[in-house]
Design a protein around this ligand. Structure first.
Ligand code: BGC
Length: 747
């Protein structure tokens, strides 16, 4: 081959810049998409925009439809969800291969916190503030799911949530846009890998666009009433971060925002997402959300619902059948231009090309790979590590924890001690042929950890719900024989999750009464709280000497809990969401405004912004979490205290591990813009570092403050940094501020 000057130039460029190779490939996909599109009938195009639930499991109100196979064969279905496993996906893909154009199906699934190997619920993982761990968790889920025939996960959920009554608070990263954005990025990268189409990765889906987490009253699917400032500043950033990280798809949401359902929301989907942000992937509706616009009262019937959704930019209809039954007529009636249909189909086909499905529709259907991936011991190891990093030490009076491994007798009590599936949390996946035998219960975890010299006694004590105290006496008798009591209580896994909102978020049933009886024995009691949301547990918080918030930790829950209880892992997690002390405080979050009449203590209620009957302070604040060791913060230095907009300030400080154990600290940087044309929050997280220190070791940490960190949306929704004074706070939590500084942004 003769190498011309021009081709030599291209080769050189490719060598120097690996990213440039993506562009020609992109172009070739576009050409291939066009060539398929040209062959398609209108019916086949609409088929690509239609997604059905398979009958394996249902994650919504499924429609019985015996015609599904025929429709797939006729090219009237573009994607299936809840179709898992090589055998099943292969079977369905074979049906699609009987269609005229043989366009492969996309298989989507909620791989939210693992596939077969279940990881901690996303809110728990967020407590790790460990982006590498979070990425690894997504990567592992992707590796297993992709080996099991799945192309696409409906994750990450990047909805900011500030109301723990909302059941889906468990599925996100908590209350903060900065932390939420970092986690969104890690999750998207974990799911998708370096580039779409990797054999061990799946497409990500940033959901639910938008503001689904702000449902009024924390009631799932409820309306959202929100200012533009709040939307742009708090709820949209994690979506933008997911997009910047390359999220291939977005899902819209069930809720309306200020009266307009997201599914039919043109401003959100066309103007912001596909317009201003330049999103090149496709948008899938949420389950049935196209048709649900009739209930919202925004459209009269399914015909109008399809018109509204497709015009607004929803490319694929999950399960409502409104597109399938109405789009052709809408085109015929000149209500929907063909170009709009082509645009949606082009986006969907493009992803099928990028995934390599046109080259080999069965490339994710390899039974050997499935077996190997689902039984990969490395996955179990990762799940255990991530689970340990997700456990939050809330209290540890007199250093009761870690427990010595040579205790003579431990009483392990509570309704969750021997539970298996409960540890998986809400969004586990039913993998064909896999039972719950591989989950490590908390009981097993302790047994694995302890030698024969320690006697492990058990009593259930009570159920999670209900008022039956019959088991208390046995529990007390068991406790009396022990050196230490460990009590495992909390929610059932189906008490938080989709459609699992609760108005009473206290620890259910008589579990705290059981704790009272156990404490009365005088034995030291360590409490494990298993839950999918921040619960209210004031009695436990005030009386138990040690508390670990274990959330739902997944298949390695038992081992990870044992690792933390006995000090093989020193807890490092910190809360990504505020824990209220009363439901009446909700919504409560750290980055609130100061108000015109701020209250600074609970002792004075004279015409200030407080409650007469409850504290203004949370029970546990955002960013809070203890370690078995302690850390000292010192020597804050700013290289300058005045910066121009195009300059930066370098901040440095020293962290010293002042305790006896090696440990990790999550150092948090908060800023306050003291005077703004719009009131600014009392503090906002703008950076953090997680560092590891040996006992006695010190490290210098550096942060950089730039204009971006000082910017906000002004009244015209412009992203600006206004000149003036800023307060810098470095803390171990949002309330435990250890170092303070000031600086000025100059004109
Ligand atoms: C949920 C989505 C989920 C979908 C498919 C809906 O009910 O809101 O988050 O991806 O079902 O299971």
């Amino acid at each position: 081959m003769k190498i011309t000057f021009l081709s030599a130039f291209w080769l050189l460029l490719l060598f120097v810049n690996p990213f440039i190779s993506a562009q020609p490939q992109q172009k070739s996909f576009e050409r291939r998409v066009d060539s398929v599109l040209r062959l398609m009938t209108l019916d086949e195009k609409i088929g690509q925009m239609n997604q059905y639930n398979d009958d394996w499991t249902a994650t919504g109100p499924a429609t019985v439809d015996n015609e599904k196979a025929n429709q797939v064969r006729n090219g009237q279905v573009g994607s299936l969800l809840n179709c898992v496993g090589v055998e099943r996906t292969r079977r369905w893909q074979s049906v699609a291969m009987q269609s005229r154009l043989k366009i492969p199906l996309l298989f989507g699934q909620d791989v939210i916190h693992g596939y077969k190997t279940t990881f901690p619920i996303p809110l728990a993982e967020a407590c790790s503030w460990d982006m590498e761990a979070i990425k690894q968790s997504a990567q592992t889920g992707a590796a297993e799911a992709s080996a099991s025939g799945i192309h696409w996960t409906f994750a990450p959920m990047v909805d900011i949530a500030r109301d723990p009554r909302w059941g889906r608070v468990m599925e996100g990263a908590g209350e903060d846009p900065y932390l939420g954005s970092a986690i969104a990025t890690a999750r998207v990268k974990g799911f998708q890998g370096e580039q779409l189409g990797g054999i061990n990765s799946v497409m990500a889906c940033a959901k639910h666009f938008a503001a689904y987490g702000a449902a009024i009253g924390g009631r799932d699917y409820n309306s959202v009433d929100m200012s533009d400032r709040m939307l742009w500043e708090v709820y949209l950033p994690p979506f933008k971060a997911a997009l910047d990280a390359g999220a291939a798809t977005f899902m819209n949401s069930f809720n309306d925002i200020n009266g307009v359902p997201s599914t039919g929301n043109k401003v959100l989907q066309r103007d912001i997402l596909k317009g201003k942000w330049g999103f090149g992937g496709f948008v899938v509706s949420d389950w049935g959300s196209v048709g649900e616009m009739i209930n919202h009262g925004n459209v009269k019937n399914e015909y109008e619902a399809a018109l509204s959704a497709v015009t607004a930019g929803s490319d694929m209809d999950m399960e409502s059948r409104c597109y399938k039954n109405n789009l052709a007529q809408l085109v015929k009636d000149n209500k929907v231009p063909l170009a709009l249909i082509d645009g949606a189909v082009r986006r969907i086909l493009q992803k099928k090309f990028e995934l390599g499905l046109f080259d080999d529709p069965f490339r994710f259907c390899n039974a050997h790979r499935e077996q190997a991936s689902l039984n990969n011991p490395e996955h179990t190891k990762t799940a255990r590590q991530v689970a340990a990093k997700s456990i939050v030490l809330l209290k540890n009076e007199n250093n009761l924890l870690p427990l010595p491994k040579n205790l003579k007798t431990i009483a392990f009590i509570g309704p969750l001690v021997k539970a298996l599936k409960q540890n998986k949390g809400f969004w586990d996946v039913e993998v064909p042929g896999v039972d719950s035998g591989f989950i490590v219960s908390q009981w097993e975890g302790l047994k694995n950890k302890l030698g024969a010299a320690t006697r492990l006694l058990y009593a259930k004590g009570c159920e999670i719900e209900g008022d039956n105290r019959d088991g208390f006496a046995e529990a007390v008798a068991v406790a009396q024989q022990a050196d230490v009591v460990i009590l495992s209580i909390g929610e059932r896994r189906d008490m938080s999750g989709e459609a699992k909102s609760r108005s009473n978020i206290c620890i259910p049933g008589v579990q705290e009464d059981l704790l009272k009886e156990l404490l009365a024995t005088g034995k030291p009691v360590v409490v494990l709280i298993n839950a999918g949301r921040p619960l209210v547990f004031n009695f436990t918080a005030d009386h138990a000497p040690a508390i670990l918030y274990t959330w739902w930790l997944g298949s390695e829950a038992g081992n990870a809990i044992a690792d933390v209880l006995f000090g093989d892992y020193n807890p490092s997690a910190k809360l990504p969401i505020t824990f209220p002390r009363s439901v009446g405080q909700i919504p409560i979050y750290y980055s609130h405004f100061n108000t015109g009449r701020p209250a600074t203590s609970d002792n004075n209620h004279k015409y200030n912004s407080s409650y007469l009957d409850v504290s203004i302070f949370p029970k546990y604040e955002f960013g809070y979490g203890l370690s078995y060791t302690t850390f000292a913060y010192s020597n804050l230095q700013l290289n300058t205290t005045k910066m121009k907009a195009d300059e930066k300030i370098e901040v440095s400080l020293t962290i010293t591990n002042t305790g006896k154990y090696e440990g990790e600290e999550i150092v948090q940087l908060y800023l306050r813009d003291k005077v703004g044309s719009i009131s600014r929050p009392v503090k906002e997280l703008k950076d953090f570092r997680k560092i590891q220190l040996q006992a006695g070791e010190s490290k210098i940490i550096k942060f950089v403050i730039d204009k971006e960190k000082l910017s906000f949306y002004n009244q015209d929704l412009k992203w600006v940094a206004e000149a003036g004074d800023f307060e810098l706070m470095i803390g171990a939590s949002s309330e435990d501020i250890r170092l303070r500084g000031e600086f000025e942004l100059l004109q």
